[in-house]
Design a protein around this ligand. Structure first.
Ligand SMILES: [Zn+2]
Ligand SMILES: [Zn+2]
Ligand SMILES: [Zn+2]
Length: 173
């Protein structure tokens, strides 16, 4: 790196043509989008598409390639993936009645569920289950929220909920 300090535009540009030529150097083509995004699956360019729920990025090679990404201020952003803390399967967002929660894609073999917090599965690892050493997740029952073991029904340890926190039972009287 031995770039001269500061602005290295020549001060003696004599023609508009030369100026245009010099300005092309960094951007490729005048008028082209400032940046091109490539599909991470097949290396074709990504194109901004309009869908029912707004714009999104799709692969130019669609339908041969089904890669899509969310559009965030003109940039493709891949939706985050979340994995089951018990079995490593992918978590899927589910809606049951008015509950939104995350369930394991290996259901029914794996019954892990996680509460939804701002569109992401709650990482409740901070509340270990005293009964089995796994951890507690916030659940919604008929009488409101409570904390239950992620290994339910194998482990039926539960704690009451107080404003999103499990209330520890007193260890001794
Ligand atoms: Zn592709
Ligand atoms: Zn799982
Ligand atoms: Zn447990």
């Amino acid at each position: 790196m031995s770039q001269d300090e500061g602005n290295d535009k020549p001060t003696h540009v004599s023609s508009a043509w030369e100026q245009e030529f010099l300005s092309q150097d960094s951007t490729g083509y005048i008028g082209a989008p400032s940046k091109r995004y490539r599909c991470p699956k097949c290396q074709h360019p990504l194109v901004l598409k309009k869908g029912k729920n707004g714009s999104f990025w799709g692969c130019e090679d669609f339908p041969r390639c089904d890669y899509t990404a969310n559009d965030e201020e003109g940039r493709p952003v891949r939706a985050k993936k979340f994995f089951c803390p018990l079995c490593g399967g992918q978590l899927r967002k589910k809606t049951y009645s008015e509950n939104v929660f995350w369930g394991c894609s290996n259901y029914p073999e794996c019954k892990a569920t996680l509460d939804d917090v701002n569109g992401e599965p709650a990482s409740a690892r901070k509340y270990p289950c005293r009964a089995c050493g796994h951890y507690l997740v916030r659940k919604k029952g008929a009488k409101g929220h409570f904390w239950g073991c992620i290994k339910y029904p194998e482990c039926r340890h539960t704690l009451p909920d107080d404003n999103g926190q499990p209330v520890p039972r007193k260890l001794r009287g």
